[in-house]
Design a protein around this ligand. Sequence first.
Ligand code: 13P
Length: 251
Amino acid sequence: MRRPLVAGNWKMNGSREMTQTLVSGICSGLAEGGGADVVICPPYVYLDLCRQVVGEAPIAVGAQDLDAHEAGAFTGAVAADMLVDAGCDFVIVGHSERRSLYGEGDADVGVKVAVAVAKGLTPIICVGETREERESDVTAEVVCRQLDAVIAEAGIDVFPKALVAYEPVWAIGTGLTATDEQAQEVHAVIRARIAGTSEEAAGGTRILYGGSVKPDNAAGLFSQPDIDGGLIGGASLKAADFLGIIKAATQ
Ligand code: 13P
């Protein structure tokens, strides 16, 4: 009932040439009438190029972040209206690298989610615990705190339009993946937390898993009842790997 979605987060990687080759490769390998939504999230400067190369192919383009302000004197920042103007439909919000390296707090993430939805963008809201937090057995507490801040700032009505991505920080770029059961357990916690405010919103919200997803572990993760697709980092930079993961989501 929830259509799977696979999003590629390229992080700060690429060049015009690499973008052209990668997007063309993804477009040409995409199966006709595929059963999953596909989103690519390049760095800001390649959004326009991605839109051009995608053309009529069924691939949406997303940004990796946004600034919550309206256009104005905010040097270095990019506003939601600009993302819409560049052809974005999606935006990643609250990625763990934004939280840990750029000091984004839970409430900042909630405000960005509210702005994204108000401007017509679909946010992919990242939550997840660090290794220390998992070892201290506070995983559920951490993801619920992160989610609660979104609900407090943006309102429950952003769901089910908004997506959640569970990305355990210890699994990002490390080659360590949560087991299917570990991931499912946290996805169920996330869905239950949304259901605590609205059952309907919870039932329709797509919850993605992210953290070292590869073609050979994707099918197991995606077969879990509360895992509705993936947010893919490293493997989205290789067309064959990304296509393999998309295929796993459609089976
Ligand atoms: P990796 O797939 O490289 O672990 O990255 C996950 C991620 O952070 C996607 O947003």
